[in-house]
Design a protein. Structure first.
Length: 121
């Protein structure tokens, strides 16, 4: 497992307001998200790609760290006393456009995500 930050997600109440704020602040560009413009956006930055989802007022930014094998990493999280949240999405596989994601909490309850980036080539 490499552990580089490979993706981030920002939860906001209103996606359009979020786009306006972060676009003006950081000069980020946005594209419609996989479930449509009003539900979210893909964020293009100079370095790390991200996403924005609506209906999540006051949410913290979610940071995702790269792993090669999601199942092995989730097993290790549990071994170390952390927890794994939710269950895999039906379309959450390495052939999905954005790869695989899973939210976790460390052994002190701090949230973080694991990400297997999509295959290239």
């Amino acid at each position: 497992m490499a552990g580089e930050i490979t993706f981030f997600e920002i939860g906001v109440d209103d996606v359009e307001r979020g786009r306006a704020f972060y676009g003006a602040l950081f000069d980020w560009s946005f594209e419609p998200g996989p479930s449509g413009e009003s539900a979210g956006a893909v964020i293009r930055t100079a370095t790390v790609p991200g996403g924005m989802h609506g209906g999540d007022p006051g949410a913290s930014a979610y940071v995702f760290f790269a792993v090669d094998d999601l199942d092995a990493a989730l097993h290790r999280v549990r071994e170390l006393g952390g927890t794994v949240e939710g269950s895999p999405a039906d379309d959450d596989d390495v052939d999905a456009p954005y790869g695989q994601f899973r939210m976790c909490r460390d052994d002190q309850g701090s949230p973080f995500g694991l990400h297997v980036p999509p295959r290239t080539g």
